[in-house]
Ligand binder design. Structure first.
Ligand code: SF4
Length: 77
């Protein structure tokens, strides 16, 4: 079975400002957030085409949602 999805309430998710629905990001706390940014277009996201979710090295053992966002978002090179 695929690993569980990260929950917004997980301790490391809270620490990184991770939201499963990136549009719910607290923009006062994370002013660098832009609506165009999400896990699916983050340099750290690891998924094959068609996967419903992907791995992220910051959330070992769980999966992150393509439409999620966290404060470690980085533009793909
Ligand atoms: Fe998503 Fe990137 Fe944050 Fe990982 S680092 S949770 S892929 S935005």
């Amino acid at each position: 079975a695929a690993p569980a999805l990260v929950k917004d309430t997980d301790a490391n998710a809270v620490a990184l400002g991770y939201k499963t629905d990136g549009s719910k990001t607290d923009v006062k706390k994370y002013p660098k957030y832009a609506a165009s940014q999400n896990c699916a277009n983050c340099a750290l996201y690891q998924a094959k085409a068609g996967d419903a979710a992907g791995a992220c090295p910051l959330f070992a053992g769980k999966q992150v949602a393509p439409k999620a966002w966290c404060s470690a978002w980085a533009k793909k090179a």
